[in-house]
Design a protein around this ligand. Structure first.
Ligand SMILES: CC(C)(COP(=O)(O)OP(=O)(O)OC[C@H]1O[C@@H](n2cnc3c(N)ncnc32)[C@H](O)[C@@H]1OP(=O)(O)O)[C@@H](O)C(=O)NCCC(=O)NCCS
Length: 200
């Protein structure tokens, strides 16, 4: 990832109803705040991430990936607490360097206020500046809010991976794989609210 990542200036303040958050690129210096944010998430909401992100070693690996630009990530801050984050994971040495995996998390107390949608729209802008061609997102099939949100923004189901993840109790869950053509995002910026998000 040697291309400029963020095509526009951060931090930016985003008003969501009566409240506001500050959106900034996440850096390795944010490890502590990110750890506190993750500890506040229900386990079931974390099953879409391949490894248990609550584990300090996994957090350290994420921070290392950020430092070395294998991830790009935006965090939404309320004062000194992270309340949402979006990450795009690209493996530039794989056979799919044109594909980014989008990961999105919003703190339970912040859900339903439009933060998830805003973070996806911001991520679309990042995907465009990275020159990606395709975005994917994975979530357990019972994450109805997440599926509704991603579909509203143009993602479509591409596969269901049966019994793909197991929670700590050993219960298996199916995983939905959704994807979006980034060229289509560019062609339909208004439909997906990206242009409006960029103009905000
Ligand atoms: C998915 C998630 C990020 C959504 O964040 P959010 O900030 O609550 O989302 P928004 O407030 O922007 O919601 C936007 C849209 O999502 C849909 N949505 C949100 N909550 C919903 C719910 N409980 N039921 C159905 N649809 C819902 C609606 O279409 C909503 O649009 P509306 O506000 O016009 O009604 C959040 O629920 C989350 O962190 N979930 C756990 C992690 C996860 O599954 N991530 C996705 C894997 S990449």
């Amino acid at each position: 990832m040697n291309t400029p990542i963020y095509s526009r200036p951060y931090p930016r303040t985003l008003s969501l109803g009566a409240a506001s958050v500050e959106i900034c690129p996440m850096t390795a210096a944010n490890a502590g705040a990110f750890g506190r944010f993750i500890q506040g998430m229900p386990e079931h909401d974390l099953l879409f991430v391949r490894r248990d992100i609550r584990h300090p070693k996994v957090i350290a690996a994420w921070m290392d990936a950020l430092e070395h630009r294998r991830f790009v990530s935006l965090a939404a801050w309320e004062d000194d607490a992270i309340v949402g984050c979006a990450a795009i994971v690209v493996d530039s040495l794989s056979w799919s360097p044109q594909v980014g995996e989008l990961r999105l998390l919003v703190a339970p107390t912040w859900r339903g206020r439009g933060l998830g949608r805003a973070l996806i729209q911001e991520s679309f802008a990042v995907a465009l500046s990275l020159g990606l061609e395709k975005l994917t997102a994975q979530m357990t099939v019972d994450q109805h809010a997440a599926i509704a949100l991603f579909e509203e923004l143009g993602f479509r189901a591409e596969a269901v991976l049966r019994n793909h993840v197991k929670d700590r109790e050993g219960n298996a869950h199916d995983m939905a794989l959704l994807s979006h053509d980034v060229a289509e995002v560019q062609a339909r910026m208004h439909t997906y609210g990206v242009q409006e998000a960029l103009d905000r």
